[in-house]
Design a protein around this ligand. Sequence first.
Ligand code: PEP
Ligand code: MG
Length: 871
Amino acid sequence: MRALLGGKGANLAEMTNIGLPVPPGMTITTAACIEYYRLGRKLPDGLMDEVKRNLTVVEEQAGKKFGDLTNPLLVSVRSGAMFSMPGMMDTILNLGLNEQTVQSVANNTGNLRFAYDSYRRFIQMFGDVVLEIPKYEFEDLLNQQKENQGVKYDQELTPESLRKVIDSYKKLVRSKTGRAFPEDPMEQLKMAIEAVFRSWNNDRAIIYRNLNKIAHDLGTAVNIQSMVFGNMGNDSGTGVAFTRNPSTGENTLYGEFLTNAQGEDVVAGIRTPRPIIQLKEEMPEMYTEFVRIARLLESHYKNMQDIEFTIERGRLYILQTRNGKRTAQASVRIAYEMAQEGLITKQQALLLVDPSQLDQLLHRQIDSQAQLNVIAKGLPASPGAASGQVVFDADEAEHLGKMGKKVLLVRTETTPDDIHGIVAAQGVLTSRGGMTSHAAVVARGMGKPCVCGCEAIKIDYIKEEFSVGTTVIKKGELVSIDGATGRVILGQVPMKDPEISAEYTALLSWADEVKYLGIRANADTPEDAKKAREFGATGIGLVRTEHMFMGQDRLPHVQQMILAETLEDRQKALSYLLPMQEGDFYGILKAMEGYPVTIRLLDPPLHEFLPSLEELLIETTELRVTGKDPVLLEEKLRLLKKVRSLHEFNPMLGHRGCRLGITFPEIYEMQITAIFNAAARLTQEGYKVLPEVEVPLTIDVNEMKLFKGKIDAIAKATMAAVNVKFHYAVGTMIELPRACVIADELAEFCDFFSFGTNDLTQTTFGFSRDDAEGKFLPHYLESKILKENPFIVIDRKGVGAFMDMAVKRGRKTRPDLEIGICGEHGGEPNSVAFCHEVGLNYVSCSPYRVPIARLAAAQAAISDGEIIGTR
Ligand code: PEP
Ligand code: MG
């Protein structure tokens, strides 16, 4: 019931159902929040009556009464949306305290200091969250009092001092709001509920949702729960723990606790907590009980859990559990090991890993051979290595990041207000806070390297520097961090490619067992082809032959070919290129032996191979003015004339794709000959080759008919000349809406289709793929006119509908038509799922995204429900 109760509420209910010690409470549903917004930010009628009715049930269970003078019930009020948004929404603790109940708490616990401390925390949180008085104003008053009393830490404040803090807080509230701090617990509760509803639309929540692609109309639930106290002495405490290590995935309880503290001390990173294993020595019974519950929760939810607990006077309470955030490395190991332990099936394991996270595993690490100037060590909060200029402020990190600078954000601790700085930084370094502090959780979720709790570094925000012993590092200096070990290193560091774990290899082999889609790579060189095979590609879906024309040894011949005035001259230039292209295809076909290789005939407009018009204008003017080299001037003028004649207003819609093959047939003939010569040679050498000759940018069946005839003729002639036989296929790229509409006709002359969704997106939207993202597209995304960038995630409604049409029409003519995708979307999980849904045979993407595509394809197949039983 996550949608209705929010993640936290649903989990609390679930934990109560399985008999865990959860403090009694109630949940106001997300539906009430949606209604609150529908009514124009007004609580729905009858809501508070219902809250009151339920509160009596909570009172009964807790054995305390809300607002009671002898045994008062205090509650926490927390937000809880359907998707976890750590640290993004507001929480109020100790609600129900006022001048009278605070005395009863003092009497009942025999601890006036605790009662006053709870009260001042409550006023501060309520003041911040509900009354919207900046938190630092309360902090200033607290610090003043510490100074007055001459102490350093909050815990050292005497009850008398705390009383003064409370009075000063109340004065602040009166001066800021024009009225006294609310004394009536029921009024406090009503105001708190409204504040939680409001917090759904605060800035940090909106940024977090945008970043994590969470819908804005889901609303949050409100959890009202009786308070338990971890700060009631040395037999009390609070902590958070993961059931497995969230950094490495190792199957050991991983967490931290603080004795005599409230939960927010841990989460906010104000005090650095101690490893959970030490709880075993301090409170052995509590530890054993916690381990039992942790195991129970993990096997119940079939996922690694992130659990918050509190011990109140020797009694353990579970406050919260949720699926724990983890690094990519941990995610893979946990999924694999849980399946091996028999806790989940292989398919469930595959669904546990977020495909886009796999990317991180392929990221670079610090070279272990490198000489490093390690200046400090903190907690290894999120793996990967990062180097950047030190900055101390999130706004500055964002500003420099936008200018293309690499920065490392250094803070004592981060808060949700720093999120834009974390996004912009290469990595994050904090001096305080544990593995569950804000910086650690957020960085891990983003896959950013992070070292936290590095107490050796002393940060001076005013001087904009930090020091470690006598070493001072100023803003702008280069520092590196290693999020896997916690090392902080002076200067930039050499990095190396990562190593792949056995769990990763095994998990991806399970993915291969269940997926239907084939996974190919886009590769233009034998090296890339090899890399793609290592990552698990079983074919090449796109060889862009123009990349081969750009080599220094090729370009002069390509230019001569373009400049040729006669067919004879052009053929001469092409005859230089033929053996080079043959060599290229030989290398790639050999590297992909046994797998299909789709080779696209020349696609880009020819002017791309010539110098730019501007460049030539400057050069010829200079040569003219100086009169230095008349021969060179002559040559440049000839080039200029040609460039002018090739100039187009919209080259992307111009003389490119197979239009080149129509107007310069000899170029395509050279390429086709090169492909088949290479295939013939390899066949003679005993290799099995599967070349697929691909015609780009077709719009009509007559184009395809023409090329199919040529390709078949050259294949036949080549095979006859050397007396070998090899398999080959002929097909087209589907990159234009018209091609989708007439796909049934195109299929008559095609063995395969491959969707070039970069161009298909460009031409369906009429958005230039070169300009849109730098110009207006960001505004479309910010203002939510478009939900996603269509050049990244397939636009199912438009581009997707064209694809669906092309698949259906193409297969109507030729049921065995092989269909793939080779646009950038081929490595994006959501788009891969779409390709599965419309029945493509394969996706093709850059080699580094092959693992993502393999897992995404498996998940699509599993979600489709087509796989029966477990394998
Ligand atoms: C495409 O258009 O999707 C494609 C793969 O071709 P290119 O990006 O080379 O135009
Ligand atoms: Mg294209």
